[in-house]
Design a protein around this ligand. Structure first.
Ligand code: VG1
Ligand code: CO
Length: 543
């Protein structure tokens, strides 16, 4: 089998966003759309000849077809070996783990994460580098530049391979090994988490529900929670990955995962509830009667991680994306460790992790992770929680309340205005930008603006500068609002408004979130002229 080079014409829209290239399925199905982008990725990887590539995805519609295309292209481009998850499946954190463990040159992950799937749904392609983490901006910029100029791709013409049988085959001169998608990941979890303590907790009657949302985490959660840790069968629900996620948004938040949320608020709530997203990198944590915000979860894990074997020697530092609440910073200060603030998206944590500046990191969007891989990791976060519950013997809700009593509470919410007109969204951001210098000192209802700026990040490791990463307005009353536009949407623009207010008065730690945030919401809406500019009186999703 000799490689064939096929001429092509470029597409102008193959610009990776917050997390890879995400588009509607029909866009990906255009002639050579996938081939062009994957060839652009390969053209941007130096010294790939003979190297190992990792390949897998979240199992959504088009996953299998695209895996086959990428295998043929990889063979045409001289890779030595591809490790592909059985059935074309690999969760995002498992792909990161496999890349690191097998010293691959990188990996391609097929996922649009929490976005809906199916023939009219979303699809995505993401490249992760040799450290297991999302390609940094310098690389995604190079891939985009290459995609805009591409004139040919090279592949080996061959029939589809059988992806459902473990073991090795070949494609031209390249080896293809179908691997168990769970094994390497499960082994890593066993090193980090006290499996014995968690097993004992399950054996003594601890009950949990894990909702895999018909997405990729099902096989991982079933193997680890029910298989290795002895949780009762049925602990993991919606455990079979489906191409369209059963028609749902596989987004683990109280809105899209309301069954679990409702169960946890009711009289039959088990001791612990958790869920993960389409590609397994996000997590939702719900204690009996109490939803734990991702920002609080990061703070609590930072405070208690030393209880797990993988973190027994303490943490080096913690990082959070800028819109994530400052709860983790308070814990870092008490531990005397570094706290970093990065732009939204996991790619910005990579350098801090690689340089050993941080051990844990997280985002308000239900992403938490550590230096064990270079992606956020939904099931890992759940296992670390279980380890902490087993080690302390506390109820999850009691742990959270004790945390607030000690550090205060960062009331938090995110309002998303989805699929608004792009020009209107850009106009809103531009108008805000222009207002910034005059804002300090301004009164908005009962709140007074203390600072207002647009977040820019200078990477402390490589010095690279990333600008326009969200507009933030802080108030003297310990409140903050952040505005930014999503970089993962596939239709129009999504305006995200992040709202928070800190309280440490012991009498004000258990109030309704909406009540505490109401003045901040009102200030945000008037400041950004949301309704006049977008026509939306209310957000589409509140999480
Ligand atoms: C969103 C989240 C961000 C996350 C990204 C990818 O990005 O806000 O925190 O890193 O999705 O997560 P944006 O640009 O739409 O706000 V995933 O689980 O979709 O890979
Ligand atoms: Co995801």
């Amino acid at each position: 089998m000799t490689p064939t080079t096929i001429p092509t014409t470029p597409y102008s829209d193959q610009k990776p966003g917050t997390s890879g290239l995400r588009k509607k399925v029909p866009v990906f199905r255009q002639r050579h759309y996938v081939e062009n982008f994957v060839q652009a990725i390969f053209d941007s990887i130096a010294d790939k000849a003979g190297k190992t590539l990792v390949l897998g995805g979240d199992g959504r519609f088009l996953n299998r077809e695209v895996v086959q295309i990428i295998l043929r292209l990889a063979a045409g481009n001289g890779f030595g070996r591809v490790l592909v998850g059985r059935g074309g499946l690999l969760s995002t954190p498992a792909a990161s783990c496999v890349i690191r463990k097998h010293k691959a040159i990188g990996g391609i992950i097929l996922s649009a994460s929490h976005n809906p799937g199916g023939p009219e749904g979303d699809f995505g392609i993401k490249f992760n580098a040799a450290n297991g983490g999302p390609a940094p901006e310098s690389l995604t910029d190079a891939i985009f530049a290459r995609a805009k100029a591409i004139s040919a791709f090279t592949l080996v013409e061959a029939r589809d391979l059988d992806l459902d049988r473990l073991g090795e085959t070949s494609l031209g001169a390249m080896a293809v090994e179908v691997i168990d998608p769970v094994a390497d990941y499960a082994e890593l979890m066993r090193e980090l988490i006290d499996f014995e303590a968690v097993s004992k907790m399950f054996a003594s009657g601890f009950r949990m529900r894990f909702d895999a949302m018909s997405a990729v985490t099902g096989p991982y959660a079933t193997a680890i929670l029910e298989g290795m840790l002895g949780a009762p069968q049925g602990t993991v629900v919606n455990a079979t990955p489906k191409e369209d996620f059963g028609g749902h948004h596989p987004d683990p938040n109280p809105v899209h995962c309301h069954d679990l949320y409702d169960l946890m608020q009711g009289p039959d709530a088990p001791d612990f509830g958790a869920a993960s997203d389409g590609d397994g990198d996000r997590n939702m944590i719900v204690a009996p009667g109490l939803f734990v915000t991702p920002s609080d979860s990061l703070a609590l894990l930072t405070a208690h991680a030393h209880r797990a074997p993988g973190y027994a020697s303490g943490l080096k530092g913690v990082a959070r994306s800028m819109p994530t609440s400052r709860a983790a910073d308070r814990v870092a200060a008490s531990l005397g460790i570094g706290a970093y603030e990065t732009p939204t998206g996991w790619k910005f944590f990579g350098n801090l992790l690689d340089a050993g500046l941080i051990t844990l990191c997280g985002e308000e969007s239900a992403g938490t992770g550590s230096n064990h891989v270079r992606e956020k990791d939904g099931l890992w976060a759940v296992l670390l929680w279980l380890n902490i519950l087993a080690a302390t013997g506390e109820r999850a809700d009691a742990l959270v309340r004790a945390h607030w009593a000690r550090f205060g509470r960062d009331y938090y919410a995110r309002h998303d205005y989805e699929e608004v007109d792009s020009d209107a969204a850009n106009g809103l951001m531009q108008a805000l930008r222009e207002k910034l210098p005059g804002l300090p000192g301004t009164r908005l209802g009962d709140l007074t603006v203390s600072t207002a700026d647009e977040f820019a990040y200078k990477d402390p490791v490589d010095g690279s500068l990333t600008e326009r990463q969200g507009i933030r307005v802080s108030f003297a009353e310990d409140a903050r609002v952040v505005f930014r536009l999503s970089g993962t949407g596939t239709a129009g623009a999504t305006l995200r408004v992040y709202l928070e207010r800190y309280e440490n008065d012991p009498a004000r730690l258990d109030l309704p979130v909406a009540e505490v945030l109401a003045p901040v919401v009102a200030a945000a809406r008037s400041l950004a002229e949301i309704e006049p500019r977008t026509g939306r009186a209310e957000p589409s999703v509140v999480t």
